[in-house]
Write a new protein. Structure first.
Ligand code: SF4
Ligand code: SF4
Lengths: 225, 310
């Protein structure tokens, strides 16, 4: 899923400091799963903001709405009758949400309430880790099922750099050296030959370097499915 | 004598079977050519080639290409370092052509320390290709006369291709295979990370020799003389991939502070003596960091002078 962290209350308050009536829009997709922008988090943000603004003697009126998904025009359209009633809208969806909203409602201002960080998953309760960088050409089967593009700080494709130490990346001790894991997995399986030879240079055109990407599923476009 | 790939002095020295002795020099943090030339002058005639580092430890300095050219003007032979952190394949290929056009004949292909170590930690890193792929790219440019996209190069760059090897990084058991891959990719010579843990290096070289890698490529053992026990502590803590045994720190501490540099040099000299005899080692890469003026004395005492003229 897409993982995001909520922006600080201070930063969010500063975004809407001149507004009197706002909407906080959550999303039932990834940000609900990673506890950043679901119903609970939307409610918490709304009440914290109200308290803070009350303290400043500058009350704010806040409505909340958790959309099914903010990355789907069908659901984004669901707020069309009320969206212009607000001075502004804070979206707690990933970066896709406030863009879909901005594209549909050109006269309204949408603020990102979260920092979208990565594609990953929860490794334990309350901890999420990056797994994929969306490079557009997945080759993890060549690396024991572990992605060096997303998980090595230098996206190395041919083994660990000279800074790998005790399974830890040179960047800092909280980062696993994924190459250490790839190599150990192959060695334990007696398949060191899989890591011999030079892995070819990557085609980054399928990654963001080729420009914004689009996925077209003809059969769906034509309405056959 | 086999056919020369670049005809650099370093290649000729190694090819003739001499024990090579290379040095290292960091370009200035500015455009201070006078200071750079002063540092280089200490190395003149004392080494076969000098590595010109490329924004080492991710600190911005004068470009290694410009530094290398200034070195040629001073009458020394550069080993032009290139890291994958700061350039994409276009910039790399064009700099390699430029380097060759300006007289550079050796280059060292590296991944590069992560930018968070340096003085612009907020920078975006590149890593379009990795060091292994860089080696094979330079080889392709040289031997096939082609760019990565297979277009012909009008006068290909004939480089003597170097690569780094750190036997002290993990996973240790894999390091010799990584070295084999670099040689397969096209490395003609290897310069190792600074060696302090001699036991481990002896074991590593045994593996290298068992696999016959020393017959496919020249291996230069990395030596850095310690200036004092403080430097040993600092390097062990803050420089990635360093393995500094307690015994060395103890040895440095066992003498008076003012004698610690002499003790550091003695240890380095003992290392050089051992490397001269060690099977598979073709030379020493002396990294006297900001201590270039000591290299003449170290070279003299190491018995590697005069340098062969080939
Ligand atoms: S190889 Fe590319 S697509 Fe596959 S996990 Fe890694 S970044 Fe994602
Ligand atoms: S230490 Fe490991 S994860 Fe970190 S940059 Fe080097 S190879 Fe990549």
């Amino acid at each position: 899923m897409i993982v995001a962290d909520r922006k600080s209350l201070k930063e969010i308050l500063a975004m809407v400091e001149d507004d009197k009536k706002i909407l906080i829009a959550g999303c039932k997709g990834c940000v609900t799963v990673c506890n950043t922008g679901g119903l609970k988090e939307v409610e918490i943000l709304a009440s914290s903001m109200k308290i803070a603004r009350k303290k400043q003697g500058n009350d704010i009126d806040i409505d909340i709405n958790v959309l099914e998904r903010q990355c789907d025009t069908e659901y984004v359209a669901g707020i069309k009758d009320t969206v212009e009633d607000y001075d502004s809208v804070i979206s707690l969806a990933c970066g896709v949400g406030p863009q879909f909203l901005s594209e549909m409602y050109k006269d309204q201002t949408f603020y990102p309430g979260v920092n979208t960080t990565f594609f990953g998953g929860a490794t334990e309760h309350g901890v999420w880790e990056e797994r994929c960088a969306g490079c557009g050409t997945c080759g993890i089967h060549n690396f024991g099922g572990l992605c060096p593009i997303a998980r090595c700080a230098k996206s190395l494709m041919n083994g660990p750099c000279g800074g790998s130490s005790n399974g830890v990346c040179e960047v800092n001790k909280d980062i696993e050296c994924i190459w250490d894991s790839i190599v150990r997995k192959k060695m334990d399986a007696g398949k060191i030959e899989d890591l011999m030879g030079v892995k070819g240079i990557k085609n980054w055109k399928t990654a963001r370097d080729g420009g914004p990407r689009k996925s077209i599923r003809e059969e769906l476009v034509q309405g056959n499915i | 004598m086999s056919e020369l790939k670049s005809g650099s002095n370093l290649e000729k020295v190694l090819n003739a079977g001499h024990f090579a002795f290379t040095g290292e020099c960091g370009p200035p943090k500015g455009a201070n050519v006078t200071h750079l030339k002063e540092k280089l002058n200490h190395l003149k005639g004392k080494v076969d080639a000098v590595n010109m580092t490329d924004n080492q430890t991710a600190v911005v300095r004068m470009s290694s290409l410009a530094g290398s050219v200034l070195m040629i003007e001073e009458g020394l032979e550069p080993n032009f370092q290139m890291v994958c952190r700061d350039r994409n394949r276009l910039a790399m290929m064009s700099d390699i052509l430029g380097a060759y056009a300006l007289g550079i004949r050796n280059m060292l292909c590296l991944s590069g320390d992560h930018q968070t170590f340096g003085n612009h930690p907020d920078a975006k890193n590149v890593h379009d290709i990795d060091s292994m792929q860089l080696i094979s790219m330079v080889k392709k440019m040289r031997d096939e006369g082609k760019f990565l996209n297979d277009e012909d190069i009008d006068v290909p760059p004939k480089m003597f291709i170097g690569a780094a090897c750190n036997p002290f990084a993990d996973p240790y058991e894999y390091r010799v295979y990584r070295l084999a891959n670099k040689i397969e990719a096209g490395a003609d010579f290897i310069q190792t990370q600074c060696i302090f843990n001699m036991d481990k290096f002896r074991d590593f070289m045994k593996k290298v020799v068992d696999m016959g890698l020393h017959e496919k490529c020249y291996i230069l053992a990395g030596v850095t003389p310690m200036k004092n026990a403080g430097m040993a502590n600092f390097m062990s803590k803050f420089v990635p991939g360093m393995d500094i045994p307690d015994s060395l720190v103890k040895r440095l501490k066992s003498v008076d502070k003012k004698d610690q540099s002499e003790e550091g040099i003695k240890f380095a000299l003992e290392q050089v003596e051992e490397f001269k005899e060690m099977e598979g080692v073709a030379g020493v890469h002396m990294m006297a960091i900001e201590w270039e003026h000591m290299v003449p004395e170290i070279a003299e005492r190491a018995g590697v002078l005069p340098r062969p003229v080939v």
